[in-house]
Write a protein that binds this ligand. Structure first.
Ligand code: BG6
Ligand code: MG
Length: 232
């Protein structure tokens, strides 16, 4: 397979921002009298800000007017911004920079495909923004993951056909979106949760240049596949 392109999710793949989302949602939940736990926070991974609020309100059986929803969404984001504006390159997850270096060496372009409206800001904070060929984020899409829109837009920026795009994702909705787009999905994290992925890794240190070279030459070996826990 030639002409590969790569699409990275942001939260949970490049940086661990789930902890900051949790703190920001938790402070809003406390104010609304909703008991919100870290287990609940798992349900918000890969989910848009608006949908996350729906889930939070469902948990607390609370309903809000449209006007109040807008107020609390802004409030939550303000709290989140307080955390992410303090982020720096030391928060880049293990294996990310080595992987980007490898892709640069192989001449494989990469873009971001994230649900976050804060994606560019976060990449800037960790000094990675300039490395990406393009950014597709929560501001550029009208349909959230598992809809394939975010990744199909990514393929356009990459000038690659979907079948030649490899997506790195940590959320179930993201893996579904990649598969709905007809792409190759690599699940980053718990493989018992990310069952629908084509490949599973615990983190990006497990991906080396050989992984991409195998696609380029279209000569994937069993060893390669089992090393990466190919799931189907
Ligand atoms: C996703 C996160 O990347 O972005 C979700 O996994 C988050 O938890 C979503 O809700 C939207 O983020 P933001 O920054 O636009 O509130
Ligand atoms: Mg994610």
């Amino acid at each position: 397979m030639n002409n590969l392109g790569v699409i990275f999710d942001l939260d949970g793949v490049i940086v661990d921002t789930a902890k900051y989302h949790f703190l920001a949602w938790k402070s809003l939940a406390d104010e609304l009298g909703i008991a919100f736990t870290e287990a609940h926070n798992e349900l918000l991974k890969g989910v848009s800000r608006e949908r996350s609020l729906d889930i939070l309100l469902d948990i607390g059986k609370v309903s809000l007017s449209d006007a109040k929803r807008q107020v609390v969404l802004e409030q939550k984001n303000k709290a989140y911004l307080n955390y992410i504006t303090k982020m720096g390159p030391e928060e880049i997850l293990a294996g990310v920079e080595q992987l980007l270096d490898g892709l640069d060496r192989l001449g494989i372009p990469y873009v971001l495909g994230s649900a976050s409206k804060n994606a560019s800001l976060i990449l800037k904070q960790v000094h990675l923004l300039e490395r990406f060929k393009g950014i597709v984020d929560g501001n550029s899409v009208s349909k959230a993951k598992p809809d394939p829109e975010v990744f199909l837009l990514g393929a356009k920026l990459l000038e690659r056909i979907p079948e030649h795009c490899i997506v790195f994702e940590d959320a179930i909705a993201g893996i579904e979106a990649a598969k709905n787009a007809g792409m190759i999905a690599v699940g980053v994290g718990d493989k018992t949760i990310l069952k629908a992925a084509d490949y599973n890794v615990n983190n990006l240190t497990e991906i080396n240049e050989g992984f991409f070279k195998a696609f380029i030459s279209d000569q994937r070996t069993d060893t390669n596949e089992s090393r990466l826990h190919k799931t189907r």
